[in-house]
Design a protein around this ligand. Structure first.
Ligand code: TYC
Length: 107
């Protein structure tokens, strides 16, 4: 019988050291955008296109979702990429004097 490659306890045929060679999938994080009463809709659409790579139609859809529901997902990334995007967007929003808020949450 061949060892079950999907089961960590079986991949080494019982050798105790082999568990250390198992690689974990990196955790993913949603970058979420919060609604506010002041940031212009066009600015939010621009952010979704420039920083999150959405086309105009999708960016408008996400912006309207956030506007109506209060929160929405911009994209899903590794911790470092999510953190960097949040910092870049919030810096750009502050430079333009908009109170736009983004957060990250584990998938
Ligand atoms: N509510 C804003 C307005 O009416 C638009 C807006 C949408 C702001 C999404 C922030 O994340 C946001 N101008």
């Amino acid at each position: 019988m061949s060892p079950n490659k999907d089961k960590p306890e079986d991949i080494d045929g019982g050798l105790a050291l082999a568990k250390r060679t198992q690689t974990k999938k990196p955790a993913l994080y949603r970058v979420i955008m919060l609604n506010d009463d002041y940031t212009p809709m066009e600015f939010v659409v621009l952010i979704l296109q420039r920083f999150f790579g959405h086309n105009t139609q999708t960016a408008q859809k996400i912006m309207l979702h956030v506007h109506q529901k209060g929160v929405g997902v911009c994209g899903v990334y590794s911790y470092e990429v999510a953190e960097t995007k949040i910092n870049q967007v919030m810096t750009f929003a502050r430079q333009n004097e908009h109170p736009l808020q983004l957060q990250m949450e584990k998938e």
